[in-house]
Design a protein around this ligand. Structure first.
Ligand code: ADP
Ligand code: ZN
Length: 737
């Protein structure tokens, strides 16, 4: 009896289809194999996910062909994709395709083949010496090869023309063979090996805990709560070294923004002596690099993987540990279908593969902290900075005080200016943070109140002074700056809220001699601008760094002793139940940039709500205090982590139809009688229109998420929505706008 292969097609369907495995392909059709199969009147590509004993239907068509070699998907990742499809209400295909990068899936995905030249003899044989006398070009090429050793034809073209090399090959003196060249993004970055630090007592205790879970039959998740600068990375490194010594591999997730060359270097430097390859996966790799890194991981040559969100699916065999650094970061959430959260997927992967997952953060998410307090996760705490480093002094600057006297509101308070001056005088560095780019967040006519709006989105246009343009930060629409108000003809305009460009201008005026750089997505457009600026800052070529969240996270510069937050209130104004948590985390993170060296740092926070709990708890570096109050608040309002949210969004060009579609959907969901679930909406989204599409939302709040999503699935799967309306379902949403 022929075997049956269950195949998930690459096209977006929520179904698998069964095929018969012909005898001639029997050995090649393995779990995770890439196959060509007939589908209706076409042929399509898919992946083998199962070998059922009984087919869905009676008569089966055969698998036509096996593409590529080996398995593209280990069994554990297929299981993970199935879980994801279920939990996030996503078509199985969509889940599988997130597991498998496009660069690997693609029909033409392959290693790059280049010609490799190698000498076939150590010295020239007698008869060849004579022959080469008549051919000086071949002689020169041969001599070069003797000195330089084997290499790529392309690199040896200066030593010999292709004809000369071919001549040598015809004389059987060298071989020219096609060979795979792996594109290695770190080829040109040598590192010096780093030795492990002698850990302090708290670090040791945390490592012991992680090692207990590594040894456990059914390991629990470890939440590593360590203040900024407490040496969490050292704990990861030593835990990973232990896992490698057991013959297992390791996966480290970091937020995209923190995946800098410096971060990768710390890992490479520690393990460079072990012949253990470190592979890196992130969104800036070329498709060729991604393919090669993935193959390196799959083949077992790379035993450590560092990557951003999607690296959670790295095809490592015998994984021994997953580390999720900065686990509270929102960039772990994928904002496109299947809307997975890489931290939660990591926890599930750890559960399926029975390995320890370490979640690390200075400000753990309330979700993870709640799990730790309930005993579901184990908690390891590191409360002190390494080497007696002290937490910075926090100064809260009430900028209402200066506005009260009728003067124009200050952008940079005098106390902060003075502090920066003091630090600059001592050859120290400062970071000034504002989470808003551009010059002014709106242009308003002082006479009639008209605000320049984006024609496609329901937001005001931002004025960019450098480019002398108005820009929409949601859809990238750009327009010239009108000379007068188009409504009433009045000129000039009034600038709304300030952005990084304006802060930069104010600082240049205040510190004309300081070397200043601005870091935001406008100024950092080039591929290497980011690492170059950070490099300049590290070696002291820059005194003052102004920027958006780009500079808030993870940077470790010992000479930074002063951090300023221009407007802590911005994020508090966002209509999101996590706003307080975000502001608290942000303040703790930026303050973590200050005073990482020998000198104690300080932080200045400008605000109009100085007594807001997020600001007050951050001022005292009091994570536990903040969390206790915030959890109480979440519990009383039935918010996560006590209950779960599902956000259903409909988007469409026709406002009425979009609302109608969502309204119908809400009724359908209500008819399901979901257990312990409350449905609200539809209502316009906080940002009611983006890119010309109206947006409506409905919320589900439930205590029984695992029971609810499978019942919602049928409503959303394989469904065609009318006109151009798009509906998405987001389980555990992070972005509520
Ligand atoms: P975190 O990730 O908790 O912010 P890091 O791991 O970046 O902290 O550690 C901060 C600095 O302290 C790093 O330069 C690291 O090499 C160093 N470090 C870590 N542990 C020790 C230790 N036990 N003794 C001395 N230095 C340490
Ligand atoms: Zn727009």
């Amino acid at each position: 009896m022929a075997r049956i292969a269950r195949v998930v097609p690459e096209v977006s369907l929520d179904r698998a289809f069964d095929y018969e495995v012909p005898e001639r392909l029997d050995a090649q059709v393995i779990l995770g194999a890439k196959v060509r199969v007939p589908f209706k009147s076409r042929e399509i590509v898919g992946f083998v996910v199962d070998f059922p004993a009984e087919p869905f239907t009676g008569k089966l068509k055969p698998v036509l062909d096996v593409l590529g070699s080996g398995s593209f998907l280990p069994a554990s990742l297929i299981e993970l994709a199935q879980w994801m499809a279920n939990y996030y209400c996503s078509p199985l295909t969509v889940a599988l395709m997130s597991v498998l990068p496009k660069a690997v899936r693609h029909a033409d995905a392959a290693f790059k083949q280049r010609l490799w030249i190698e000498p076939l003899a150590a010295t020239l044989p007698e008869e060849a010496i004579l022959a080469l006398r008549k051919s000086p070009a071949q002689r020169a090429a041969w001599e070069h090869l003797q000195k330089s050793g084997p290499g790529w034809l392309a690199d040896l073209s200066e030593a010999g023309s292709p004809a000369a090399w071919r001549g040598l090959a015809e004389r059987n003196l060298v071989s020219i063979q096609p060979r795979t060249q792996e594109r290695d993004p770190f080829l040109d970055m040598p590192v010096a090996e780093s030795a492990p630090h002698e850990m302090n007592a708290e670090q040791k205790a945390a490592l012991v805990l992680v090692r207990e879970e590594i040894a456990a039959e059914k390991p629990r998740v470890v939440l590593l709560h360590g203040v900024t600068g407490s040496g969490k990375t050292e704990i990861y490194l030593q835990a990973i070294a232990h896992v490698l010594s057991l013959g297992k591999s390791a996966l480290v997730l970091v937020p995209e923004i923190a995946l800098t060359p410096q971060t990768v270097e710390r890992f490479r430097a520690r393990f460079i002596g072990q012949k253990t390859g470190v592979a890196v996966l992130h969104s800036h790799l070329s498709s060729g690099e991604r393919h090669d890194q993935w193959q390196q991981i799959r083949s077992g040559r790379a035993r450590i993987v560092i990557g951003a969100r999607s690296a959670v699916f790295a095809p490592l065999a015998d994984l021994g540990i997953i580390v999720v650094d900065e686990e509270h970061e929102h960039s772990y959430k994928q904002e496109e279908p299947p809307h997975y959260h890489a931290r939660d997927v990591a926890v599930m992967r750890g559960h399926l593969e029975r390995i320890v997952v370490v979640l690390g953060s200075a400000t753990p998410s309330l979700e993870s902290y709640h799990h730790a307090k309930e005993g579901k996760y184990r908690l390891a705490e590191v409360c002190a900075r390494v080497e007696e480093g002290q937490m910075p002094v926090m100064h809260i600057l009430d900028i209402r005080a200066s506005a009260k006297k009728g003067a124009a509101p200050v952008l940079v308070a005098p106390q902060l200016i003075e502090a920066i001056q003091t630090r600059l005088d001592r050859q120290e560095q400062a970071i000034i943070f504002l989470n808003r780019r551009g010059y002014a967040s709106s242009l308003q006519c002082p006479q009639c109140g008209h605000v320049e709006m984006c024609p496609n989105c329901s937001v005001a246009l931002t004025f960019h002074r450098g480019a002398a343009r108005l820009r929409c930060h949601l859809c990238d629409f750009a327009a010239g700056v009108p000379h007068a108000c188009p409504q009433c003809g009045h000129a000039p305009y009034k600038y709304g809220g300030s952005g990084t460009e304006k802060v930069e201008q104010a600082l240049v005026e205040a510190f004309p001699k300081a070397r200043l750089a601005r870091m935001d997505s406008d100024s950092m457009r080039g591929k290497d601008a980011y690492s170059k600026t950070l490099g300049d800052f590290a070696v002291g070529k820059i005194d003052l760094l102004v920027g958006t969240q780009m500079i808030a996270k993870g940077l470790d510069f010992p000479r930074v002793t002063c951090v300023g937050v221009i407007n802590a209130d911005l994020a508090l104004q966002i209509p999101d139940f996590r706003a307080s948590e975000r502001v608290f985390q942000l303040l703790m993170q930026v303050s973590g940039r200050s005073g990482r060296g020998q000198v104690r740092g300080e932080v200045y926070v400008q605000t109009r709500v100085p007594f807001h709990p997020s600001i007050q708890f951050a001022r005292h570096h009091d994570y536990a205090g903040f969390v206790e109050q915030e959890l109480e608040f979440r519990r009383s309002l039935h918010y996560p982590p006590y209950e779960r949210f599902i956000l259903v969004t409909a988007r469409g060009r026709n406002e009425g139809k979009t609302l109608f579609v969502l309204d119908q959907l809400v009724r359908e969901m209500e008819r399901l009688g979901l257990p312990e679930t409350e449905i609200t909406g539809p209502a316009p989204a906080p940002i009611a229109r983006i890119e010309g599409r109206y947006r409506f939302q409905a919320f589900l709040r439930t205590r029984r998420i695992v029971a609810v999503t499978p019942r919602l699935r049928p409503i959303f799967m394989n469904r065609a929505w009318p006109d151009d309306i798009r509906v998405t379902l987001d389980v555990d949403p992070v972005d509520l706008l």
